[in-house]
Design a protein around this ligand. Structure first.
Ligand code: ADP
Ligand code: MG
Length: 232
């Protein structure tokens, strides 16, 4: 489903060049639940942006469902992104003026889904995260865990095959974080492919597979799961 080969990303600032991603290779199969773990500044969000078609690499290959997407222009990338990928962020990124259901409907508006279908899909997504009783609440009227569940429902709306979660529990206490991870696990059982990004070894253990990124370097072939967790 996701096949990344020799991928690099440089940021240029002033006269300096920073290798945010350095020769990354990674394969994620359909139905996988992979955690990418690494310390702050190691390139996790940069990698997530490339995987999520929000950004393009400086060099290397990115195959998504058999299509090379690393050189595509923004309008084509956006089309692939809308169809294939749901995003979950640390800060929830909900719009405070909108109710839960309106937040979930938002990406469906961009996808041109009709009002009636939008409502049905949004309610279905909110049901999946156990929030059918809260659909008309605004973010401020919801707890942190509930807000993240709305954000998960928004990522689910339109049923994208891939969910990308960047530190989804980073703003939550341990117990609520566990609960949110429970929902993410359930979504994997329902067939969504999950790429989870975290700096937290406890959270990464919830995934089926863990790979480590360090200074922009990630190579799946190096090191097994146990070795990797003990060295984080
Ligand atoms: P992480 O998510 O693991 O904390 P990031 O991918 O955000 O790491 O950042 C990797 C490196 O790239 C860091 O050194 C960061 O300062 C740098 N970086 C990230 N985004 C930009 C940008 N837009 N411009 C310049 N440098 C960036
Ligand atoms: Mg980050």
């Amino acid at each position: 489903m996701i096949r990344i080969k020799g991928l690099s990303k440089q940021y240029r600032m002033g006269g300096e060049t920073l290798n945010a991603l350095d020769n990354v290779s990674l394969t994620v199969n359909q139905g996988d639940f992979i955690a990418i773990i690494g310390p702050s500044g190691s390139g996790k969000s940069t990698l997530m942006n490339v995987i999520g078609c929000l950004d393009t690499p400086s060099s290397g290959e990115y195959w998504l469902d058999g299509e090379e997407v690393s050189r595509l222009r923004e309008n084509k990338l956006a089309e692939i992104r809308n169809r294939k990928i749901g995003f979950i962020f640390q800060g929830f990124n909900l719009l405070s003026r909108l109710t839960a259901i309106e937040n979930v409907e938002l990406p469906l508006i961009y996808r041109g889904v009709s009002a009636k279908e939008r409502k049905e899909q949004a309610i279905e997504a909110l049901r999946k995260v156990g929030l059918e009783e809260r659909i008309h609440h605004r973010p401020v009227e919801l707890s942190g865990g509930q807000q993240q569940r709305v954000a998960i429902a928004r990522a689910l709306a339109g049923n994208p095959p891939i969910l990308l979660a960047d530190e989804p529990t980073g703003a939550l206490d341990t117990r609520t974080g566990k609960e949110v991870m429970g929902f993410i696990k359930d979504l994997n059982s329902l067939g969504h492919t999950i790429v989870l990004i975290t700096h937290d070894p406890d959270i990464s253990r919830q995934a089926k597979r863990v790979v480590k990124i360090m200074d922009g370097m990630l190579n799946e072939e190096e090191g097994g799961r146990n070795e990797l967790l003990s060295s984080v």
